[in-house]
Write a protein that binds this ligand. Structure first.
Ligand code: FES
Length: 330
C-alpha cells in the first residue's frame, strides 16, 4: 500500500457569470441611476444635519415610541451624519458591484518587485480601469459622488463650533482691580505682609463682595502666587521693585506656556516650576523664563497695602495672564 498523498486537483475559477449590467445597457443605466440615488440620499442626510444644527431649537423634544422623549436637534444631527456617511458607502458598494469592471484573474506569485515591463503594464491597466470605471462617461455618478463627498466633510467643520465659546478677550481681563484685597485661597481671609514668612509661598485670590460666589472661569485665571524673599535678593528694575511689598512679590499662577498651574517653588534656588512641561521661572528676576518651552515670564501683579495694612493690588495685571497666544488683542 502506498503512503503517497494524491495531489489536490487545481480548483481553478468557477465559471464566470456576467452581471446583467455588463450585457444589458438598460440594466446598466438603471444601476447608474440607483448609484446616483444613493449618493443623493447621502447629500440629503448631510443637509438634514445642517438643518438640525442651525434651525431646530436645542430644547425641542419630540416623543418617539421606542425612544420616549427625544431631543429633536440631536436626533437630526445624528441621523444626518449617519445617513451622509452611510449612503456614500452604499453607493460606492453598489457602483462597484454593478458597474465597475468585473474580471477574475489568477495572479501567480512572483518576486516582490515586478519587471519594468509589468510595472508599466500595471500603470496602463490602472488608467484603463479608471477609464472603464466610467467617471468620465458617467457624469451623473461623478457629479452626485462629488456633491455627496463635498457635503459629507462639512459637518465635522461645523461641529467645531460646539467645542465651546472662543476665549475672546477674556484672559486680558481678570478680577484684579486697583485696591482689590488679596485673600487666602482657601479661606477668603485678607492677609497682611506679616502673615507670610521669608521663604514662604501662598496662593491668593481677589476678594469678592460678601454673599457673592466666584465663577469657575474667574478662579481659573485670577489665581496668584505670593512669594516672600529678602528684598536684597531681588534683581529687578525700579518699576518692578515698586510692585513688590516688603519682599513679597506676586505672579499669576497660570503658566504662560499652555496654562497649567505653576505649583512648585524651590526655596533654595528661588525658582518656580510648571509641572506640565517643566518651564522654570526665576522669582528674583520677575519670573524670567530660565528653562522650558514658555516664551514669556509669568505676569507680575503690582501689590501694596491699604490703610489697614492688608495686601491689595496696586493696579490690574498689565498684560494677559495665561498662554502667550491669548495675549493678542482681538
Ligand atoms: S504649561 Fe507650563 S510648561 Fe507647559
Amino acid at each position: 500500500m502506498s503512503n503517497e498523498l494524491e495531489p489536490l486537483a487545481d480548483p481553478g475559477l468557477p465559471e464566470h457569470i456576467h452581471r446583467r449590467a455588463d450585457t444589458d445597457p438598460i440594466a446598466a443605466k438603471r444601476a447608474e441611476r440607483q448609484v446616483a440615488v444613493l449618493f443623493s440620499l447621502s447629500a440629503v442626510g448631510t443637509l438634514l444635519f445642517f438643518y438640525s444644527f442651525f434651525f431646530i431649537k436645542e430644547d425641542l423634544f419630540i416623543f418617539i415610541p421606542v425612544m420616549g422623549n427625544t431631543n429633536a436637534q440631536q436626533l437630526g444631527i445624528g441621523l444626518g451624519v449617519a445617513f451622509g456617511l452611510l449612503f456614500i458607502g452604499f453607493g460606492a458598494v453598489h457602483w462597484a458591484k454593478t458597474l465597475m469592471p468585473d474580471q477574475e484573474v489568477i495572479a501567480q506569485r512572483h518576486t516582490m518587485r515586478s519587471a519594468e515591463e509589468d510595472r508599466s503594464e500595471f500603470v496602463k491597466a490602472v488608467k484603463v480601469g479608471a477609464e472603464e470605471a466610467g467617471l468620465g462617461r458617467r457624469p451623473l455618478i461623478k457629479r452626485s459622488l462629488f456633491a455627496a463627498l463635498g457635503l459629507a466633510g462639512l459637518p465635522a467643520v461645523v461641529m467645531l463650533r460646539d467645542l465651546g465659546p472662543l476665549p475672546g478677550n477674556s484672559l486680558n481681563e481678570t478680577s484684579w482691580k486697583t485696591g482689590t484685597r488679596l485673600v487666602t485661597d482657601p479661606g477668603d481671609r485678607p492677609i497682611k505682609a506679616s502673615d507670610l514668612e521669608v521663604g514662604g509661598v501662598a496662593q491668593v485670590m481677589p476678594e469678592i463682595a460678601p454673599g457673592k460666589e466666584r465663577h469657575l472661569e474667574d478662579i481659573a485665571k485670577d489665581a496668584v502666587l505670593l512669594i516672600r524673599l529678602r528684598p536684597s535678593e531681588f534683581q529687578l528694575d525700579a518699576e518692578r521693585l515698586s510692585w513688590t511689598h516688603e519682599g513679597i512679590i506676586a505672579f499669576s499662577k497660570i503658566c504662560s506656556h499652555m496654562g497649567c498651574a505653576v505649583a512648585l517653588y524651590e526655596q533654595t534656588t528661588k525658582h518656580l516650576l510648571c509641572p506640565c512641561h517643566q518651564s522654570t521661572f526665576d522669582v528674583t528676576r520677575a519670573a524670567k523664563v530660565i528653562f522650558g518651552p514658555s516664551a514669556r515670564p509669568l505676569p507680575q501683579l503690582a501689590i501694596t497695602v491699604d490703610a489697614d495694612g492688608y495686601l491689595i493690588a496696586k493696579q490690574p495685571f498689565t498684560e494677559a495672564v495665561g498662554p502667550s497666544f491669548w495675549e493678542r488683542k482681538s
